[in-house]
Design a protein around this ligand. Structure first.
Ligand code: GLC
Length: 636
């Protein structure tokens, strides 16, 4: 059962697609107060209660013991001490002594103190007095999640080929570099379906343009790659370069489609191309206009995109950088002492994503000027909606691959997400794992992290272990940052180990795709914490390094360096399977703790009693997968 409570006049977010009668907030069943325009409520937690949720966010599956913030942030350091990442997924689920789900439909800041200030109290603060809160109750936690998912509408299903292996890098600067990647994979006989085009495919980082020196005859090139079974996936950024004569800028300016400042002038801030204007995605006319722009690329045969920098990320505002440069000029020739130096440094460090800049932005929502701070978390979601609405109108559902960095619940209907700029750190394998069930709870099924790690140099063993988890994530993409060590599978010694891992993915695609579609159609989860399936098992309840996958399996990746395996907990007897290329080794294991050995070229998988998992023949492209020729790994 879902009960909706309304306070004030909420801004429509379109997160919820079912209409529920509104109850006055005075009937809200948790202790609460409204002070200084902020609404706070609290609930007590028993020692064994688990709090799940918050989608893409830092730390554990169990969110207890930290304070989180729903505030879409462009922050490439996903350390334990962070409170937000790129998304605002305002759903939590308490399970234990009692159970309930809460969804806060509010597009500005929400702070979730889940036992941070007082260990057994959750205190949630909504930074405003205009919102809807949905309280969801059912007999079992999984039913609560299903009720919630039913309310927010069906999840996006991408094209089948989007389950193939994908290679990205910032950047493959020209067609030769892209070809070298495809050749590298072909020569090493490693499967591949997509190569990504990061910002350098554009002319001067201008959306919907092509750098035709780097990619001459781009349309023919796209078709040539398609003939080879390779999809090219270009990036689209939120900021539109301010440049006279550039059609996207000129049209946006002429139609008043960019975000404004209080004085009615366009808000301007620096991103990759220098000074940019920002399409006002919260306005339906702007969405339609911007969405149609993707046609420039779909007309050339492009059938997948990733939307980026849409929190929105601002390197600096025009006002901010002028102030900082003036300050630096004033200080020229002066002796900078401790406070003088750090003050100057902080001025420059504080230029990016500054709160005072977000506060300068105004949106036109149905004719009303709305300050950005009130709707911050909707910006990226609405950029993606602009694209998603166009793709659906033009091509029908699920024909175009689309995923975004920033998101709000609701965007899950038109796109997937990736988890942004992680690091080549061993700890980020587990961070990736922990976000999967939480993202699923919020409707985001097509998701994944930058495998191998985005920032900093990776190592061969880290890429292999990351990929062995990525075998199971719907988005299986290896991506890394400018200036970092090459981490494509064929770059390292013994590339056959990479083939062994990625081939397993292709053999599992029929199973993974069906599991995905089933979850999307039934409002279910692909990935579940063990505690949801084995609520009475104390070890399963605390397990943060393994996940249940579909109805059949459990996964437990190796997540440490220089180890030959890991300890795994089996909540029931299972068949332990090591998959490597065409090899399938099976070991029946009984309930309990086991140390399992897993080589770098092996993918560990556990199959429940009474279940079986289909494997197709190896393929190097998804289009070559033969769904008719299946063998089964059976634990029946
Ligand atoms: C952002 C994205 C990253 C991309 C880079 C350059 O940092 O998160 O994936 O490679 O921008 O476009």
């Amino acid at each position: 059962m879902i009960t909706k409570y309304t306070c004030g006049k909420p801004i429509a977010t379109e997160a919820v697609t079912v209409s529920f009668p509104s109850n006055d907030i005075s009937g809200f069943p948790f202790e609460n107060s409204l002070n200084d325009g902020k609404f706070t409520f609290a609930f007590k937690m028993e020692p064994k209660d688990i709090v799940y949720g918050l989608g893409e966010s830092p730390r554990g599956i169990n969110k207890r013991g930290w304070v989180y913030e729903s505030y879409c942030s462009d922050d490439p350091f996903h350390t334990e001490t962070k409170q937000s990442l790129y998304a605002a997924h305002n759903f939590i689920l308490l399970s234990g002594s009692r159970q309930f789900g809460i969804f806060i439909d509010f597009p500005a800041r929400v702070s979730w103190d889940i036992g941070y200030t007082i260990q057994d109290v959750s205190e949630i603060t909504i930074d405003g007095a205009d919102f809807d809160i949905y309280v969801i109750s059912a007999d079992k936690p999984l039913e609560i999640i299903r009720e919630f998912r039913k309310a927010i509408g069906k999840s996006y299903i991408p094209p089948k080929w989007a389950f193939g292996y994908q290679q990205s890098r910032w950047s493959y600067h020209n067609a030769e570099a892209v070809d070298a990647v495809i050749d590298g994979y072909n020569n090493a006989d490693i499967p591949l379906d997509c190569v990504y085009l990061d910002i350098d495919y554009m002319d001067s980082y201008k959306d919907f343009t092509i750098n035709d020196k780097a990619f001459p005859n781009f349309d023919e090139y796209v078709k040539e790659k398609q003939a080879q079974g390779i999809h090219l996936i270009p990036i689209i950024d939120a900021g539109v370069k301010k440049e006279d004569g550039y059609c996207v800028y000129e049209e946006g300016k002429a139609n008043g489609f960019f975000c404004k400042k209080a004085d009615g002038e366009n808000f301007e801030a620096g991103v990759w191309p220098g000074v940019c204007c920002f399409p006002d995605f919260l306005n339906a006319d702007v969405r339609r206009w911007f969405g149609e722009k993707y046609k420039t690329l779909t007309d050339l045969g492009i059938d997948g995109f990733w939307n980026d920098m849409n929190e929105p990320a601002l390197f600096y505002s025009v006002e901010g950088i002028e102030k900082a440069l003036d300050k630096a000029a004033d200080l020229k020739g002066k002796n900078l002492d401790l406070s003088g130096f750090f003050n100057l440094k902080d001025t420059f460090m504080g230029l990016s994503n500054a709160q005072e800049d977000y506060a300068r932005i105004y949106h036109n929502i149905n004719g009303e000027a709305v300050n950005h701070q009130r709707v911050h978390n909707l910006y990226g979601a609405n950029m993606t909606k602009a694209a998603g609405e166009y793709f659906e109108r033009e091509f029908g559902k699920g024909k175009i691959l689309m995923f975004s960095r920033a998101s709000y619940i609701g965007a899950h209907r038109s796109s997937g997400i990736w988890f942004g700029d992680n690091h080549s750190w061993w700890s980020h394998i587990l961070l990736n794992l922990k976000m999967l069930p939480a993202a699923n709870m919020c409707g985001f099924l097509y998701c994944g992290a930058d495998l191998g790690g985005f920032n900093e140099n990776s190592t061969r063993d880290l890429v292999l272990r990351f990929l062995a988890l990525g075998v199971f994530t719907p988005l299986m993409r290896n991506h890394s940052a400018l200036g970092t060590r090459d981490q494509e599978g064929y770059r390292f010694e013994n590339p056959e180990d990479f083939r062994d891992i990625i081939q397993v993915r292709y053999r599992l695609i029929p199973y993974l795709y069906d599991t995905f579609v089933r979850a999307a159609e039934n409002d279910g989860l692909i990935f579940r914490p063990l505690s949801l399936d084995y609520p009475d098992d104390p070890i399963a309840r605390e397990c943060e390094t393994q996940l249940m996958l579909g109805d059949e399996c459990m996964i437990a990746p190796v997540y440490e360096q220089n180890v030959s395996g890991r300890t795994v907990y089996l909540p029931e007897d299972m068949l332990f399977v090591k998959l490597s290329g065409e090899r399938v080794d099976k070991y029946p294991l009984s309930k309990g703790l086991h140390y399992i050995e897993v080589a770098l070229n092996e993918v560990p998988l556990f199959i429940k009693k009474g279940k079986q998992v289909p494997l197709c023949r190896p393929a190097t492209r998804t289009r070559d997968i033969d769904r008719e020729k299946l063998e089964y790994i059976s634990n029946i």
